[in-house]
Ligand binder design. Structure first.
Ligand SMILES: [Zn+2]
Length: 450
């Protein structure tokens, strides 16, 4: 897969161990999972204590001794940090022996603001690789099966596709797909006998619409995994009704602190062996089942730039349910988007803008909602011939219902979506983040009360 270098994959020490472990631990009792997490967290805490200047100073400032951490619950003694902490104090967060962990620098592709640089080390990369392998296997993937990686991207070769022989992956750029070449792309999938599709849901939806228009139905995959973007309801419906299999959605971040994978029974499982996930209310207390909160996570593996209680900027609804698939990995109920997927109502409340995807389907090839100020939002629509004045009015009505009757809803018919979001498609773009104090006060002060 393109995120991994061959040198990472050729680190067999961790691979053999974790391949066996992760296939067993997905059925552990909750107590045994917590034991495993505590063992891994102990290693990270010891490391931070000795080798990470930021944490050495934070522990001293908070008057904490290493012996004060006696169980997973003691993690809550630490304040929550966020990407601004990393932006401001990255050098201090780097381990003083970072070279030992063969770090690789990666940058977030934030839609707003400055990209932030993180490090992946070999251990966290191995966990990422094996955890994804396990996720694919839930739907019947076997190592060696050919897969498609479809995204909005520029391929290194400069071509519109490339075949990676070593990991049997066909990489396609959806940016260059249209009705004139969709048949050639379909032929490539046939030639390489692709069983698994993996990629951005927006890119996959674009490909499927082109295949439907061309009447090509003979290349349906056996497994579908969506990554990187929030999967919208309309996209899930399109993909599942065309392929006639459930989509396995997944959630992760460049920071490698949390991984959540959807099983074929629909459960969004937290990969507890990968990171500790907390869903927190605005005051920093744990969200109860059914409540929405921020995803705050702690990497259990990355020692190059360790992140303890890191606010991912994403939101989810907590759950205490168990899954019909029999796996005991804990669940979340649903994702409710990222900070920049949020819109602010006229009353000053943040709500998830993703909920509006259902009212922007009829007559819409593509749409995007952008909020630049508190009083209005811009809705950009690439229309199909079905778009009419009545549809436009119903969009205004639906948005005002949730955002406030005085909200100025400006609908623009456009040939292309204006805000490309750094190659990932963004249905909602909030540009309020840097101007608006509410959200920042929450993440930087309320959560740092410790
Ligand atoms: Zn499940």
């Amino acid at each position: 897969m393109r995120e991994f270098r061959l040198s990472d994959i050729l680190s067999p020490r961790g691979i053999i161990y974790w391949r066996r472990k992760l296939w067993e631990s997905q059925y552990y009792t909750p107590e045994r999972l917590r034991e495993l997490q505590w063992k891994l967290l102990t290693r990270i805490l010891d490391h931070c204590w000795v080798h990470v200047p930021y944490y050495r100073k934070a522990f001293a400032r908070l008057g904490l001794e290493r012996s004060d951490f006696r169980s997973l619950d003691d993690l809550s003694r630490l304040p929550v940090i966020d990407k601004f902490t990393v932006l401001d104090q990255r050098e201090e967060l780097k381990a003083d022996n970072i070279v030992r962990f063969r770090p690789r620098e990666m940058f977030t592709s934030g839609t707003t603001g400055t990209p932030v640089g993180f490090y992946w080390d070999v251990d966290s990369t191995v966990l990422e690789l094996i955890s994804q392998w396990r996720h694919f296997s839930w739907s019947g993937y076997r190592l060696g099966d050919a897969f498609l990686d479809i995204r909005s991207m520029v391929l290194r070769s400069g071509r519109d596709h490339q075949w990676n022989r070593k990991c049997r992956g066909l990489e396609l750029s959806s940016d260059l797909m249209d009705s004139t070449n969709v048949g050639r792309f379909a032929e490539l999938l046939r030639r390489y006998r692709i069983r698994l599709w993996r990629g951005h849901p927006s890119a996959m939806s674009h490909f499927i619409r082109l295949l439907q228009a061309a009447g090509i139905a003979s290349i349906k995959p056996k497994i579908i995994i969506t990554v990187a973007e929030t999967l919208l309801d309309g996209e899930r419906h399109l993909i599942e009704s065309w392929a006639r299999i459930p989509v396995g959605d997944s959630y992760g971040q460049v920071e490698h602190v949390a991984l959540i994978c959807q099983c074929p029974k629909g459960g969004h499982h937290i990969c507890s062996e990968y990171g500790i996930v907390e869903i927190l209310n605005e005051d920093g207390s744990p969200a109860r089942p059914g409540e929405e909160g921020r995803i705050v996570a702690t990497s259990l593996h990355n020692r190059a730039l360790p992140l303890l209680r890191y606010d991912t900027g994403d939101f989810a609804v907590a759950s205490d349910q168990t899954c019909r698939c029999g796996r005991t990995l804990p669940l979340i109920s649903s994702f409710t988007g990222r900070t920049d997927d949020r819109l602010m109502t006229t009353a000053g409340r943040w709500i998830s803008g993703l909920r509006f995807s259902h009212c922007l389907t009829k007559g819409v090839r593509r749409a995007q909602i952008v909020q630049k100020d508190r009083d209005g939002v811009d809705v950009y629509v690439v229309p199909t011939p079905d778009w009419d004045a009545e549809t436009e009015e119903s969009v205004r009505r639906e948005l005002r219902k949730r955002l406030g009757e005085s909200m100025d809803i400006r609908v623009h018919r456009v040939a292309g979506i204006p805000f490309d979001g750094g190659r990932k498609f963004k249905f909602v773009v909030s540009l309020l983040d840097s101007k608006e104090p509410v959200d920042r006060r929450f993440s930087r002060e309320a959560l740092r009360k410790a």
